[in-house]
Design a protein around this ligand. Sequence first.
Ligand code: NAI
Ligand code: MG
Length: 326
Amino acid sequence: MTHEIAVIPGDGIGQEVTPAAVDVLEAVDADFDFVEGDAGDAVKEATGEALPAETRELAADADATLFGAAGETAADVILPLRDVVGSFANVRPARSYPGLDAVQPDTDLVFIRENTEGVYAGIEAEIDDGVRTLTRVITEDASREIAEFGFRYAKRNGFENVTIAHKANVMRETDGLFLEAAQAVGDSFDIDYDTALMDALAMHLVMRPEEYDVVICPNLAGDMLSDLAAGLVGGLGLLPSANVGEDNALFEPVHGSAPDIAGQGVANPSAMILSAAMLLDHLDYADEAAAVREAVEGVLADGPRTPDLGGDASADDVTAAVVDRL
Ligand code: NAI
Ligand code: MG
């Protein structure tokens, strides 16, 4: 069966790493039709709109979407795109790789981040001169859904521990509800779980990441803790992610458009290629997904490597090496 994949490279290094992921998807034994759409700063400059209606439709109609990164308009692109695919869960695995220098070489954990509300609900106001507010939205439904997704994910992938991150001692109403809903879900699963205050959790993740498997987080906490974990394993060039909904999904690296290195051809394509591996898993190409991961791991261990990992190879060299292994 042919799957239609919407491809939205976006800005900066999104333009460099997205073709790498497409090359890899073309190299595996799967039947894909790629349709490309524009989004981001450049298209906003040209048309006034960061996410044109045609691109929105491409993502809505496709079986899955690959998104690179947007620049300054990121929030105007990725938040609506996550909405278009009905995504409520953001899956962000962070693991260290053999042979790579990492702050914490025993890291292997997955953040399950609530993706629709919290402080990213977009409710901000200027209530007086020099006074601005933001409304943090937490609902019982979204909290239960993300917890159910997280516990199911842990079970399906053979993880033994789930941690629920929160700050209910201060945000008593909002995180009180998040925690209560997530704990109720946890109690209904046959799996060990713990709860952790998110600030202390940040410290524990730096010192003892090996103690954690699946971490279920409210929106902003998941965003920040996953970047922190990227630092533990070798940088943002390594972290893929999936935005999963009921019957659609979007795959993107955790990183942004990286204007500091854009245009040089030296961006690490691994995060984007590993996002494509998550897409393969999502569309039930489990063997192909495993093959892509193995190929990336091999290249990370033996090179060639991009400058963020201490090498001097280009994104194209790394992609060619991954395709070669496939
Ligand atoms: P960033 O993720 O673009 O870059 C942070 C640092 O990591 C930079 O030093 C960059 O060179 C490095 N880096 C990131 N990806 C890399 C890769 N694949 N290979 C090698 N090095 C890599 O985050 P930053 O600098 O905070 O934001 C830059 C722009 O990206 C901003 O305009 C921001 O709005 C946007 N952004 C977009 C996102 C999205 O589209 N989902 C997510 C995060 C930021
Ligand atoms: Mg982020």
